[in-house]
Ligand binder design. Sequence first.
Ligand code: IMP
Length: 192
Amino acid sequence: MEGSRLELSVVTENKAKGVEALSILAGLGVKARLVLMGKQEIQSESLEEIALHAARVAYATLRKPLLVDDSGLFIEALNGFPGPYSSYVYKKIGVRGILKLMSGEVNRRACFKTAVATIIPPLEKVYTGETCGEITLEPRGEHGFGFDPIFIPENSKRTYAEMTLEEKNRISHRYKAYKKMVEDLKTKYKTI
Ligand code: IMP
């Protein structure tokens, strides 16, 4: 990779997540493109394991430097649920289902976590990021995707869905993981 500029393929089946990832990477000065591809998820309690497995499967097809990110919402009062099962739970019960599970619950604390697995031969590496905050009583906001309308990050009064993409990308769990990744890659590749 020395000499030529590294281009990362962001592999995901979720277009909204991919668009967000590209925007973060552009802000961090990294050349990237979106590859929409079905994700092979293993069942695991670990976002890192899930992301790395999916990245290896994607690399077997793509054979180009890539990243896969796996994220989840960990709600304290639900013992970390839906966590690594966030994608399944979102599809089955959505934000309304989570609010129902949280009905009457005073402890609203939750954290979004991201694990981003990169495969840039010969290296494989996983970086993590976390942003904590609270689950709202009602969905609020039109931006973003997934659980954005019910999550208020710390030090904010607005949900992720009430923020612009740029605002979310300054503080999000995903931004923190990608920033660590880019800082690390910059120590390895002069031309990133
Ligand atoms: P994935 O497996 O990383 O695609 O994400 C799991 C689920 O968590 C997705 O279906 C989304 O509903 C949710 N999710 C992941 N990242 C975010 C985020 O940044 N905001 C809101 N929901 C998210």
